[in-house]
Ligand binder design. Structure first.
Ligand SMILES: Cc1cc2nc3c(=O)[nH]c(=O)nc-3n(C[C@H](O)[C@H](O)[C@H](O)COP(=O)(O)O)c2cc1C
Length: 452
């Protein structure tokens, strides 16, 4: 009897300027112009591809976020950048963030179908609802729509997008020069969507793409976010500070997916990890301390105050957070990140200064400082104890933190049989072990006779 293949980790590289540590751009090795540099991003994608990562990922929001005088704030539009990266890579998946609150489905479905074609089936979409009033004010609104409303719009957005992606049957194209028939007319049909937020006639002006549609990724962990993930997501990025919380989240999202009639294996959960690696623990801690010394406390406090919706002066550096912060129910922005940060501070009784240090490392993601073996151990432990199907790797410093991870942690994971030595598939969905979605077109009732 053949042995069942060992379950393997999925690894995504979260590309973020010169690194996920707030102050990484101030290190001697870092280039302050890296944020808009194609060569810098190509280098990262190639390192990740040579190391057989499943995918690279770019975050995004349609707003100038933070204080541009304090840290890199420029953002290339992710699908544009990933189209350029598609040209210089052949296997690695390319996941772009795009907002359902500040786009229209036709534009976005088309853009992702285009990226999937150009990359030979390597596109993924991190679906976000975009928290914050500042983004809303770039789109003619005075403030952000309610959290619930944003997720309702997102649900309909996905429904429309799926209709558009499926508006061409896989076999629509015939390109028959003799008869002059390029595509079979009855294998292309309108989306015909009428709903609360959108009216879209369709069909899409891009044929069904290699993956059917892009890999669907989601990264909100509130109640609404989890329901949305369970219905639509094939991979979930999440910030989970402890193993127990990671396990609870993992079990909850899988359970919800089953309630939607889905196979729980088809929703991959990837918590974030910010590895700070040294050959010895002391070396790793020294690197972390060097980075923390470069944080500007006043600026970091302003960011924290904005997130907590309090005046910065109310956050005394050497005191704990005020007792009278709003509850998650009263927050209309990023609910799960808000709760994560407040709970982290309360659980560990952190002062504002200590909390700033922790958040500077990875904005609430789990920072892990240690030797390569210790990093491999914690990754393996979460993977084998029901908290992760893989990890969103967020190096504190880029590219050096990625290079160290690849050179020193991956060989240990491979030795333990936990990570691939080569790609087996060609598409992003194949890397994640996910099926290609069938076109609903094929089974939907047709108004015209099926072609023979
Ligand atoms: C790894 C990771 C990456 C994220 N990237 C983005 C992003 O690029 N843009 C964005 O608006 N939100 C991003 N988020 C935030 C979530 O998508 C979500 O908006 C936020 O958690 C609030 O959703 P919630 O209220 O459902 O928790 C990210 C979250 C995680 C965990």
């Amino acid at each position: 009897m053949s042995k069942r293949p060992q379950r393997q980790l999925h690894l995504n590289l979260f590309i973020h300027d010169t690194g996920h540590h707030e102050a990484s751009w101030r290190l001697p090795e870092s280039d302050p112009h890296a944020d808009l540099d194609l060569g810098f991003h190509q280098r990262l994608a190639r390192i990740a591809e040579d190391a057989k990562f499943d995918s690279v990922f770019l975050a995004d929001s349609p707003v100038l976020w933070g204080d541009p005088s304090r840290r890199p704030s420029a953002r290339l539009e992710p699908t544009v950048l990933l189209a350029a990266l598609a040209a210089g890579t052949t296997r690695i998946g390319l996941i772009a963030t795009a907002s359902t609150s500040y786009n229209e489905p036709y534009n976005l479905a088309r853009r992702f179908a285009s990226l999937d074609h150009l990359s030979g089936g390597r596109a993924g979409w991190n679906i976000v609802t975009t928290a914050g009033d500042a983004a809303a004010r770039n789109f003619g609104l005075d403030g952000q729509p309610l959290h619930r409303t944003r997720y309702e719009r997102a649900a309909e957005f996905l429904d429309v997008s799926a209709k558009l992606w499926d508006s061409w049957a896989d076999d629509a194209l015939v390109g028959d020069k003799d008869t002059g028939v390029h595509a079979l007319p009855d294998r292309v049909r309108p989306a015909g969507h009428q709903g609360r937020f959108f009216r879209v006639e369709g069909a899409l002006n891009v044929r069904r793409s290699p993956q059917g549609h892009p890999l669907l990724v989601q990264a909100g962990s509130s109640e609404d976010g989890r329901e949305f993930a369970a219905r639509w997501a094939e991979a979930v990025f999440t910030a989970q500070p402890t193993l127990a919380e990671g396990q609870a989240f993992y079990a909850d999202v899988k359970r919800r997916a089953v309630a939607f009639g889905r196979d729980p294996e088809h929703v991959k959960i990837l918590p974030g990890i910010v590895p700070v690696i040294g050959d010895t623990e002391a070396e790793a801690r020294e690197l972390e301390a060097e980075l923390d010394r470069l944080i500007r406390p006043e600026y970091a406090r302003e960011q924290l105050a904005a997130l907590l919706k309090v005046e910065p002066e109310r956050l005394a550096f050497d005191a704990q957070l005020p007792d009278d912060l709003p509850s998650e129910d009263e927050v209309e922005g990023s609910k799960s990140r808000y709760t994560l940060i407040v709970e982290l501070a309360r659980r560990e009784q952190l002062t504002v200064r200590q909390l700033i240090g922790r958040l500077g490392g990875g904005r609430g993601h789990r920072t892990f400082t240690g030797t390569p073996v210790q990093v491999a151990d914690t990754i393996g432990h979460w993977f084998e104890h029901g908290a992760a199907d893989g990890f969103n790797v967020m190096p504190a410093v880029l590219p050096s933190g990625l290079e160290v991870f690849v050179a020193k942690v991956l060989p240990i994971l491979r030795e333990r049989g936990l990570f691939r030595t080569d790609y087996e598939g060609r598409t992003l969905r194949e890397h994640y072990g996910l099926p290609r979605p069938g076109a609903r077109f094929a089974t939907a009732p047709s108004a015209v006779a099926e072609p023979v």
